[in-house]
Write a protein that binds this ligand. Structure first.
Ligand SMILES: Cc1cc2nc3c(=O)[nH]c(=O)nc-3n(C[C@H](O)[C@H](O)[C@H](O)COP(=O)(O)OP(=O)(O)OC[C@H]3O[C@@H](n4cnc5c(N)ncnc54)[C@H](O)[C@@H]3O)c2cc1C
Length: 481
């Protein structure tokens, strides 16, 4: 075992949250092992074209849910890991210098991040964790009288049936949250003869050419997939929960621009003759239904003896969405919160976990943490927030407060906040053009871009080629063909 303030820590998952955890734990001097079931880092950003495993409403044996055309929804200037800006790279023309680049560009950046911080050296690839549970008291070299929890981690290699195991002082669960489809329960769903799939299994629009497609759900994936389908499908019908909140000005504009895009209320039932009947009384005969209805948290390997459960998509109890009071600090979760700035929020969680494990930061007592969790949940319930949205935060200040209070993580720069807010406004109002229409940055944002090296001079965006800073014209900021 490493010295008492330095722990042997297993991080499960090498996506953005697991990698952020690895960097913070290494910085704090812990002995880190990242276990990753796939052959590479990046998690969701490791695009996987394979989904036809005969399970289009399930996971299809695939982790990533991203589709071929996906571009970042948040500007790259706000998206990078702290202290390692997501600068564009020339890469002989293969890079994507846009402010909202394609998924491959982000994966390239994630790999660069791992190289820069020596993270690849601590990742065990093709290692699927199948069990995490409390180690028996005498296991793992605990000193006599040492009551701290330790954890047995068991894993499997592809194609093998035997498991191997190792004992750790702490486990950080960072397995992501966008893999296990969440499906609605709709009358007739089991008998409907058309094609049904969850957005987890959507990659490209080609197979919907000339079809009538119903897209269920109008959050980001639903909107984006529906708009992409408009170019190939005969008709696209989006089914929304309410014509109020779900239908942003950007959606209304898109509906008026595309003659084959229509909005309806929720689906009432799916009929055996192919009809899809909506709650507003309208109906269409459709070829396919795509459920863009979100994801469930899922930890099939985790055995906490019932101390941490997933109930209606609430993982808990978790203090500040991170530590289960009864098992803290040796068990923690990084990457649970939704509608947060990524990787920033997950870095704050990771730094806090690393500092608590080394003893530089202290947690309140188990009772105080439980009280805080109860208060949080009560307040959310009184505000009318459904249980399944427990980890939907949508609050920039909360992340700043958390970082400042627990681990000295700097608050988000004012210019980044402004850039983020203005991009979210454009996302709401101009769904189809927000990524390419960003030529009106305020003075504050421009000054921030200059101070952090995003602009080489007043108008020239930075781009790196072979590690060198190269001068490019402003056209680098234009959309690529
Ligand atoms: C369609 C879509 C679009 C998105 N667009 C954006 C965007 O534009 N901007 C943005 O910031 N975010 C976006 N996100 C969210 C994105 O997922 C997060 O930003 C971030 O990548 C989550 O990282 P993570 O590490 O928490 O999870 P993941 O990226 O899911 O990584 C989890 C890792 O854990 C591994 N793993 C899981 N189970 C095990 C196991 N048992 N054993 C070993 N390894 C395991 C997985 O293989 C994976 O590598 C999008 C998500 C989706 C689905």
């Amino acid at each position: 075992m490493v010295s008492s303030s330095k722990k042997k820590v297993c991080v499960v998952g090498a996506g953005v949250s697991g990698l952020a955890s690895a960097r913070e734990l290494l910085r704090e001097g812990h002995a880190v092992t990242v276990m990753e079931q796939s052959g590479g880092v990046g998690g969701q950003w490791l695009y996987d074209s394979m989904t036809d495993a005969g399970d289009p409403l399930g996971t299809a044996g695939v982790h990533s849910s991203i589709y071929a055309s996906l571009r970042l929804i948040i500007p790259r200037e706000v998206t990078g890991f702290s202290g390692f800006p997501f600068y564009p790279k020339g890469d002989g023309g293969s890079g994507d210098a846009r402010r909202y680049p394609c998924h491959g560009e982000f994966l390239r950046y994630i790999r660069d991040f791992c190289d820069a911080f020596g993270i690849m050296d601590v990742v065990r690839f093709n290692t699927r964790v199948v069990h995490v549970g409390v180690a028996p008291p005498d296991d793992g070299g605990a000193a006599a009288g040492d009551k701290r929890l330790r954890w047995v981690v068991r894993w499997m290699k592809p194609g093998e049936v035997i498991t191997e195991e190792e004992v750790f002082d702490a486990v950080v669960v960072a397995v992501g949250q966008y893999t296990q489809p969440r499906l609605p329960s709709i009358n007739g769903m089991d008998k409907w003869k058309g094609r049904q799939l969850h957005s987890h299994s959507y990659r490209v629009p080609d197979s919907f050419r000339g079809e009538v497609v119903v897209v269920v759900g109008c959050h980001e994936s639903g909107k984006e997939i529906a708009l992409e389908l408009c170019d190939v499908a005969r008709e696209v019908h989006i089914s929304v929960k309410s014509m109020g909140d779900d239908v942003t000005p950007g959606v209304s504009k898109a509906v008026s621009r595309h003659h084959n895009l229509h909005l309806h209320l929720q689906i009432e039932c799916l009929c055996e003759d192919g009809r899809v009947v909506f709650a507003d009384g309208s109906c269409v005969v459709a070829d396919a239904v795509i459920y863009c209805t979100g994801y469930n948290y899922w930890y099939p390997f985790l055995d906490t003896g019932g101390l941490v459960t997933v109930d209606d998509n609430r993982v808990g109890p978790l203090y500040e969405h991170t530590f289960p009071p009864a098992l803290a600090p040796s068990l923690s979760f990084v990457g649970l919160p939704r509608m947060v700035v990524v990787p920033r929020f997950y870095e704050v969680q990771a730094r806090w976990v690393a500092q608590v494990l080394s003893g530089r930061s202290a947690l309140p007592s188990e009772e105080e943490m439980m009280r805080s969790v109860d208060e949080y949940q009560r307040a959310r319930e009184m505000a009318g927030v459904p249980k399944r949205h427990t980890h939907v935060l949508d609050d920039l200040e909360y992340c700043d407060d958390l970082g400042e209070k627990y681990c000295g993580f700097p608050r988000l720069d004012g210019w980044k906040k402004e850039l983020l807010c203005s991009s979210l406004t454009r996302l709401r109002d101009n769904r189809e053009s927000f990524r390419d229409d960003y030529h009106h940055d305020s003075d504050l944002v421009r000054e921030g871009l200059r101070s952090e090296g995003w602009l080489v001079d007043a108008d020239t965006p930075r781009v790196e080629m072979d590690g060198e800073l190269a001068m490019k014209t402003t056209s680098m900021a234009q959309p690529q063909p």
